[in-house]
Design a protein around this ligand. Structure first.
Ligand code: ADP
Ligand code: MG
Length: 480
């Protein structure tokens, strides 16, 4: 078996000490130590460019001390194994040496070959260990920092100790920049009390939690649905991994909306087809009756024929409306600025807004947010949404928010009101034809709006809470 060779740089200005050291070293059979000598601070620095497995540095080195040399070596090679040699056992020099990173120290004349061998080997092993720890730390820090999902470390009280950049960005919380002195607590981000209690119980029991779904707060007004996993690192340190489900849920909702829309369209076409033929027959027969019945009977019961005709017309109208509102519409496409379309739509509803004393709060992204759309149709869609908002808000105190921005290569529009909101059970039926909660509503506004937006390849979603207002979120692909 070939023995490994360990290269030592021995730095000492006293030649006698070198002779003594070499003779002790010779007694060690394995591993093989090869000594290179440097007699001064400068020579040592010069030689240190070369690779050495371990450095032995005398405390006394002419003008400069060995401590300075150790610092220089450490600057070049952070975990270099360096052993300090001292002539006396004062207790302060070695403490200083250890503080600046020397692995160990040896007192001249007081060590034999076994102690020397052990000291050298331990210094090398410690340095390798430190280096691999450093590498692992860099690796894990990079995973931590580059993770696509928010990740944080918290203590048993849920105080956030450390968080990755994506967490800081998403939640706008920088654990280290707190100025309250109290810090930020993960539990404060959890919206509902029960979820918060579950979290605190997990922490108090020092247990763990996987894929727990909860709503989290971002700032004062934004909420996200998230999957939370809590992993115990030690008794008072927990890792929290947060998976934001908002985008996924939005996508699911958009897909569901599109599916519902197409199936309603199918049913509407089928129904229209099946109803229109017999309806035409009824209308024709009624017309015929009107012409053929003798005058006296017509005078007595002619109103009934009119009732039939009127209701047939009504049915015909409804079926036509149903068809039109659920059939993809023909589009007359051109490039338009969404901000201008929104302003033009607003213009149509301006009078009603002014009479009722509503505030309009606009937050338009001024960079170009251009989309290829049928302007007239998109305006109708936007007017429907604004009218609904107006109808939902209380007189005085109503606030209508209109927002536009670009995100994920899409132009997004938010129309938000602080009106009555929509009960949960109605949310699912909102876009259905003829669904209305108003005594004289047609229930076709949202169906039409959805039709127009889907025909453009866009999407529409709603977020609403009863008594707490409603937000419609619309997105169109940006012009390429
Ligand atoms: P209509 O306005 O004729 O009732 P829509 O299709 O425009 O028909 O709207 C359907 C229903 O959706 C409304 O009757 C109302 O219950 C609900 N709705 C729509 N927008 C809002 C809103 N901004 N706030 C509260 N409820 C709304
Ligand atoms: Mg409406």
């Amino acid at each position: 078996m070939s023995s490994e060779i360990i290269r030592i740089l021995y730095v000492d200005d006293d030649p006698d000490d070198l002779i003594l050291f070499s003779s002790i070293l010779k007694k060690i059979k394995e591993p093989i130590y090869k000594v290179e000598h440097a007699a001064s601070y400068e020579e040592a620095l010069e030689k240190a460019h070369d690779h050495f497995d371990v450095f032995l540095v005398d405390y006394k080195l002419g003008k400069e001390t060995g401590l300075e040399l150790i610092q220089e070596i450490k600057k070049k090679q952070k975990h270099a194994p360096v052993i300090m040699l001292t002539g006396m056992n004062t207790g302060t020099i070695d403490r200083e040496a250890l503080q600046i990173g020397a692995s160990d120290y040896l007192i001249k004349g007081e060590f034999d070959s076994r102690t020397l061998d052990r000291t050298l080997r331990y210094a090398i092993r410690d340095s390798q260990l430190m280096e691999s720890l450093d590498k692992a730390a860099v690796k894990f820090r990079s995973i931590f920092e580059r993770a696509a999902d928010p990740f944080l470390l918290m203590d048993g009280s849920s105080k956030i100790l450390e968080a990755n950049p994506i967490f800081t960005k998403k939640f706008k919380i920088e654990p280290h920049s707190e100025n309250s002195g109290l810090g930020y607590f993960f539990s404060d981000l959890i919206v509902d009390d029960i979820s918060r209690m579950i979290l605190m119980e997990v922490l108090s029991k020092k247990s763990e939690l996987y894929d727990f779904e909860a709503e989290l707060k971002i700032g004062e007004e934004t909420y996200i649905n998230a999957l939370i996993s809590i992993v115990k690192q030690d008794a008072n340190l927990f890792q929290v991994l947060i998976k934001d489900l908002t985008a996924m849920k939005a996508k699911e909702e958009e897909e569901l909306n599109l599916k519902k829309f197409s199936s309603t369209g199918r049913i509407a076409r089928l129904l229209a087809h099946e109803v229109k033929n017999p309806l035409t027959t009824i209308v024709l027969s009624a017309d015929q009756l009107q012409m053929e019945l003798p005058e006296n009977i017509l005078q007595e019961s002619g109103d009934l024929i009119e009732v039939i005709q009127r209701n047939c017309n009504r049915i015909n109208q409804l079926v036509t409306q149903l068809l039109e509102s659920t059939r993809f519409t023909e589009l007359d496409i051109a490039n338009h600025s969404i901000n201008e379309l929104l302003d033009e739509a607003l213009e149509h509803v301006k009078d009603r807004i002014e009479i009722k004393g509503f505030d309009i709060i606009k937050d338009y992204q001024t960079e170009i947010c251009n989309i290829d759309v049928d302007a007239e149709k998109v305006k109708i869609a936007l007017i429907n949404l604004i009218v609904n908002a107006v109808e939902a808000m209380p007189e005085n105190g109503g606030k209508l928010y209109l927002k536009t921005y670009i995100k994920s290569k899409q132009c997004r529009i938010e129309i938000k009101d602080n009106g009555v909101g929509i009960p949960k059970e109605n949310l699912e039926r909102l876009f259905e034809p003829f669904f209305t909660s108003k005594s004289s509503g047609s229930g076709l506004g949202l169906t039409n709006t959805q039709n127009i937006i889907l025909s453009h390849g866009g999407s529409i979603r709603v977020k609403s809470e009863e008594n707490n207002g409603t937000t419609f979120l619309i997105s169109f692909n940006l012009s390429s």
